[in-house]
Design a protein around this ligand. Structure first.
Ligand code: BF8
Length: 652
């Protein structure tokens, strides 16, 4: 691949070139040297036992007869349908496990805080704690926040392994959606149980009916979206604050030449929240000055970046494919990582510079990194150790520093509470104005564009092209994860982007409310916020009585992670049409692929699609939105209602 085709972001291109000069090997180079296995990528390889691996690709250049298809089996007799379904199912189980184990960690921290065993942390959003306590039937009365939080944390932890009943958050969904889950037998019981059962049923010789496997796939993914991820988002808001709009900047140009640069990378905000506090500590600032630095500059990478952006307005250095690039600048004193989406190559890249890679979790160590295990019971002390190590590394900078002069402004912090408030005002917070604008036709529909970068595609290209096409066609975009960062780097996350890129209807609403056409809702676990926002749209009325009735669609145009597959599956199992790009992992079986792309809709209301061209994919979403508008009877032009401030006051 020509270097220019590796990214649409100039900062990244400049650093890819610098990495070559510095002899640092990066993901872009490795992707060129390692072609994807054609059999594995279509899901046709089974390595579930020692009789295989059995490789059963669709015969090339040849139409398979039914007889030949029948014979296409693994040594144990498994059909290609079972094998592709099992492979897909295990991706969903892994993705769900990752998000949910994160959620469990937050619940454990809340419990420790409530018992006074985690100094440095506190309950930042009392309102949200009380609302959740009320929802879960925890007594409030005259009890202290800590007493209430303790009960909430225990109930949250119980969601992972409870013996009876279903997940508590399922009750948040529209009634019709809950009925569909019960009708189809996919309502999740306990989070760990669904993951364990998924792994059991995909073991050799267990579930051998792919449609039955997919029931458990849906149940497992729902245990992520309406379970583990939702617990993580809710409890993080309680502990660290519910996001409200913040301005900040993104891209590698946020690094500073004359300051100690620390990058926090990964997913769980427990570490990064304390590193933020430690970096502001006068003792640390004095230490930085003593080594000749003008200050301490903290920036984020991947979803940890989204967490500290949403709550502190701290800048983002980049998304998934930019993690090595940050080190290649030569200006990063320390990259502090916790969990997930962390490239094992980081210490190797860092060996060409002075950067220290610091691992903090006993669950995720890397050979060649410095391991400073984070102790939540003495969090600030742990964080100071990390910051101190970074500061002491500042004098070791080598001469090969190059910080690209690229960064973009952005506005983030659109939790569903914030959207509610922005649209409806403090006294009548609601999604009514959004629904009215959808019914009236100014906003055509809503798209959730989420997910990763993939080194198999031009970095950020599909995110930016798809989102531009959607907003041009009056589709409001809500975004999370690396996708939100991609569009932020392209300048789409500022209110002015509405006038520049959005269709006239969407632009007029954005202008009246003062929001960008792309709303940053947070990290990947915060896709659960999208589920809640969609539920609120149903509950506010006029757009049907189920999530599947809404003129909405989802997409992950540059996905790479198993977590993305779990997210896509819980979108689908919640009734949402969801389009993925890059590649599709079940193409080894036409029958399974047809089930996911078509047949599943009759059962769950949502379905998958695969379209690598982002513009075509955007139009699949727009066509779906239009079909839903037609079914709702709102496809004809109607009186357009625009709720500006005067109109809102009138209502009040
Ligand atoms: O959880 S979008 S590359 S950083 S998996 Fe990873 Fe994908 Fe980025 Fe966040 Ni989500």
């Amino acid at each position: 691949m020509d270097n220019k085709a590796k990214s649409v972001d100039q900062a990244t291109l400049d650093l890819i070139a610098k990495a070559c000069t510095d002899c640092a090997s990066t993901v872009f180079e490795r992707a060129e040297n390692m072609k994807p296995c054609p059999i594995g990528s279509e899901g046709s390889c089974c390595k579930g036992c020692s009789m295989g691996p059995c490789r059963m690709p669709i015969p090339k250049n040849k139409v398979e007869t039914p007889e030949e298809h029948k014979k296409r089996r693994g040594v144990c007799g498994a059909t290609i349908e079972t094998i592709t379904a099992r492979n897909f199912a295990r991706m969903v189980a892994a993705g769900t496990a990752a998000h949910s184990d994160h959620g469990r960690g937050v619940a454990e921290l809340l419990l420790a805080v409530s018992k006074g065993e985690a100094s440095g942390y506190e309950i930042k959003d009392e309102q949200k704690l009380l609302a959740l306590a009320l929802e879960w039937g925890v007594e409030i009365g005259n009890r202290s926040n800590n007493e209430i939080a303790k009960d909430v944390a225990i109930l949250a932890l119980n969601e992972f392994g409870k013996v009876e009943g279903e997940l508590l958050f399922l009750k948040r969904a529209p009634i019709k959606r809950q009925e569909i889950w019960h009708r189809e037998g996919v309502a999740p019981r306990a989070i760990d149980r669904e993951v364990v059962e998924m792994m059991h049923r995909t073991h050799t010789g267990v579930d051998q009916d792919y449609e039955n496997i997919f029931k458990q796939v849906a149940r497992t993914a729902l245990a992520d979206g309406w379970g583990g991820s939702m617990i993580a988002s809710e409890l993080q808001d309680i502990l660290f604050g519910t996001p409200t709009p913040v301005m900040s900047q993104i891209n590698l140009g946020v690094l500073k030449k004359d300051e100690v640069n620390i990058i926090v990378h990964g997913h769980e905000p427990m570490v990064s929240e304390m590193v933020v506090a430690a970096a502001m500590d006068p003792e640390m600032l004095a230490l930085a000055a003593s080594v000749g630095a003008k200050g301490i500059n903290l920036a984020g990478m991947c979803c940890t970046a989204n967490e500290i952006l949403m709550r502190h307005g701290l800048p983002i250095a980049g998304n998934f494919l930019q993690q090595e690039m940050a080190i290649v600048t030569g200006a990063v004193e320390a990259m502090v990582v916790d969990l997930q989406c962390i490239m094992e190559s980081l210490p190797d890249v860092a060996s060409c510079y002075h950067t220290k890679i610091i691992t903090t979790s006993p669950k995720a160590m890397i050979k060649g990194a410095v391991h400073l295990e984070f102790d939540e019971h003495h969090a600030l002390e742990s964080a100071k150790k990390i910051v101190r190590l970074a500061i002491e590394n500042f004098p070791n900078r080598r001469p090969n520093v190059m910080i690209p002069n690229f960064k973009s402004d952005l506005v983030a912090g659109f939790s569903h509470e914030t959207i509610n408030y922005l649209l409806g005002g403090m006294f009548r917070a609601s999604y009514r104005p959004l629904n009215d604008n959808i019914i009236g036709g100014r906003i055509r529909g809503v798209a959730g564009v989420v997910g990763c970068n993939s080194a198999r595609e031009t970095h950020n290209a599909a995110h930016v092209a798809m989102v531009k096409e959607l907003i041009k066609n009056d589709v409001l975009v809500i975004s999370t994860g690396c996708s939100a960062m991609a569009t932020a780097e392209a300048g789409l996350l500022v209110p002015e982007a509405a006038a520049k890129y959005a269709g006239a209807g969407l632009a007029s609403v954005c202008e009246a409310v003062g929001i960008p056409p792309v709303l940053h809702m947070g990290a990947c676990i915060d896709n659960s916020r999208i589920l809640i926002a969609a539920t609120m749209m149903v509950k506010d009325g006029g757009l049907g009585d189920d999530l599947a009735d809404l003129p909405v669609a989802g997409a992950a145009p540059e996905w790479m992670s198993e977590k993305a597959i779990a997210i896509g599956e819980y979108f689908v199992a919640s009734g949402v049409f969801t389009v993925f790009g890059v590649g599709w992992p079940t193409t080894g079986s036409k029958e399974v692929t047809d089930y996911l792309f078509n047949k599943v809709e009759a059962q769950l209301g949502g379905k998958w699609a695969y379209e690598p061209d982002p513009i075509k994919a955007a139009h699949l979403m727009i066509d779906h939105i239009d079909a839903k508008r037609k079914a709702l009877g709102i496809d004809k032009a109607r009186e357009r209602v625009l709720y500006d401030m005067a109109k809102r006051r009138e209502l009040e």
